[in-house]
Design a protein around this ligand. Structure first.
Ligand code: AOF
Ligand code: ZN
Length: 370
């Protein structure tokens, strides 16, 4: 019993570490590893690490390097099964064996077909004691993007909406209308930094002229890939998105391979400023998600507008809804939200309410039955 509590305590620490590089490890999951030993004077962390930015080196090899000879006879806590494949780096399972680790505690088994149980098998074959499923629920949550991409070939999709007290998400013809306060905005910028890609429809891109970057001190370089659904290529080359495309990548999605001379000119103008034009039917967001998964995108934040949100909901492609509700009313000129606290789509379960200044954030998660 005591050992189980200790295991959970150190796995919680490994998960906390994993979170630090979430959204910054490319197509590789952000994994946490903590190495613990007891020399008779209590348990002591002798090395810990998170998957490096960009995805390599993996967590285990860095934690082992930090522990040095102290790894011999120690326990390694890893949020994801150690890899068994020779990829861009040698297998972490081999590194753990070579370092003399005595016990490995894992939260989640790696669905990557090159690993998927083989990492654990290698460790067991080498005489290492292996425990799995520790803080499994928390581990699955931390790795939700990576797991969704590997299991379902699409990113984990979060829909974020900010709704006024009278159920509106903006005012027609008014550009960006501040709905939530500074605290909620700071939270959204942090969320962007932890997410691989962010998507809006062309209506929002034109009306709001948003930047969609992570503007929070220290996280500016963690901005996600920015995506605009824009079948007619109407994104102005003078928009903030297009003007910053060389700093933070922008994808514009159209269903048309070619078209009128004017269409081709708009395409060339966008490409000239560094925007990437991708051909994928915008009416079938599932195809776009599959294409994004192939590019290594594990998590996607859909930030509106109403039509884009509705389409993702209709197609059953939303895994989580983050609904901010602000106390102000926008009045009759407002653009109605596809949902609010009293109208949540079927299948979503309310999981928590948080407060940001005067705003409420309700989280709803889609309950998959399988
Ligand atoms: C680990 N520890 O910290 C991570 C792992 O392209 P490669 O060679 O880097 O391999 C990527 C795969 O490695 C990825 O799909 C997943 O299975 C695993 N990620 N494994 O042992 C880590 N990030
Ligand atoms: Zn590895």
């Amino acid at each position: 019993m005591a050992e189980m509590a200790e295991d959970e305590r150190f796995m919680a620490e490994a998960l906390r570490l994993a979170h630090m590089n979430l959204g910054a490890t490319g197509s590789n999951p952000s994994v946490g590893c903590v190495i613990v030993r007891d020399d008779g004077d209590g348990l002591r962390i002798v090395g810990s690490a998170v998957t490096a930015k960009g995805g390599r080196p993996h967590a285990e090899t860095q934690a082992l390097a930090a522990a040095g000879p102290a790894a011999r006879g120690a326990t390694a806590y890893v949020t994801l099964e150690p890899c068994s494949h020779h990829g861009k780096t040698p297998p972490c399972a081999d590194a753990l064996i070579a370092a003399g680790i005595a016990r490995v505690v894992v939260s989640v088994i790696d669905p990557d077909e090159r690993v998927s149980g083989h990492g654990l098998e290698m460790l067991r074959d080498a005489g290492i004691k292996v425990v799995t499923g520790v803080l499994a629920e928390e581990g699955e949550r931390e790795l939700e993007g990576y797991l969704m991409r590997k299991r379902s070939n699409r990113p984990y999709v979060t829909l974020k909406l900010a709704v006024s007290a009278d159920g509106m998400i903006g005012i027609k013809g008014r550009g960006q209308v501040p709905i939530t306060g500074a605290e909620a905005r700071a939270f959204v910028h942090r969320l962007r930094a932890e997410t691989d890609a962010i998507l809006v429809g062309i209506g929002t891109a034109i009306a709001d002229d948003p930047q969609l970057t992570a503007r929070i001190q220290g996280l500016e370089h963690r901005s996600p890939l920015r995506i605009v659904i824009d079948d007619d290529l109407n994104l102005p080359v003078t928009s903030k998105l297009a003007r910053t495309a060389r700093d933070v990548h922008v994808l514009v999605v159209t269903g048309q391979r070619d078209g009128s001379v004017a269409f081709i000119e708009r395409r060339q103008a966008l490409e000239t400023v560094g925007v990437e034009v991708v051909v994928c039917d915008p009416k079938v967001p599932a195809d776009l998600l599959a294409a994004l998964a192939t590019r290594g995108v594990s998590s996607l934040l859909v930030e509106g507008g109403a039509r884009t949100a509705q389409q993702f909901l209709n197609d059953g492609l939303v895994d989580r809804i983050l609904l901010f509700t602000a106390p102000l009313a926008l009045g009759e000129e407002g653009v109605p939200s596809p949902l609010d606290r009293k109208l949540i789509p079927v299948g979503f379960v309310h999981t928590r309410t948080d407060t940001f200044g005067d705003d409420l954030l309700d989280t709803y998660e889609y309950e998959r039955t399988s």
